[in-house]
Design a protein. Structure first.
Length: 150
């Protein structure tokens, strides 16, 4: 586990409260998985079909169903379920076709101070973690008030 059990329990409870308040489905995860392959797969899906639908399926698989989004088999099945070529995705993952781009994105995230996902940048403001809708509004309002691009 990346953090102490108490911190994980508090994070899970906060996530459950936010998800429930927003009417979102969620499940209790007992494991953390390497998300690098899922990030690679999302870039692939953006170029080969409906990346947004695929990404939503990955989020659901991870946050609701507790699936290991670091496994090529899981990602290939999600691709197939969303009208994409699961075998082509599997081949792209095996070849590491998108790994450099993902590492570049991770490098940017580290420089920006992003410590978790989801993360949102609006102007010079950063918000990390699932938040109620009102918090997103405040983030955008703060950036617009400061005259920054959102």
């Amino acid at each position: 586990m990346p953090w102490p059990a108490e911190r994980m329990a508090a994070a899970r409870e906060r996530f459950a409260q936010v998800a429930k308040a927003e009417g979102l489905a969620y499940g209790e995860r007992t494991h953390w998985y390497n998300s690098v392959p899922a990030h690679e797969a999302a870039l692939w899906a953006d170029e080969h079909g409906d990346g947004e639908a695929f990404t939503r399926a990955v989020y659901r698989a991870y946050f609701v169903d507790g699936l290991n989004i670091g496994q090529a088999d899981v990602l290939a099945e999600l691709a197939r379920a969303n009208g994409l070529d699961g075998e082509a995705l599997r081949a792209a993952l095996a070849a590491g076709e998108y790994r450099a781009r993902v590492e570049e994105q991770f490098g940017y995230a580290r420089q920006a101070g992003i410590t978790g996902v989801p993360a949102y940048v609006a102007g010079n403001y950063l918000m990390v973690g699932a938040q109620p809708y009102e918090v997103y509004e405040k983030l955008v309002d703060a950036a617009q008030t400061a005259g920054e691009a959102v």
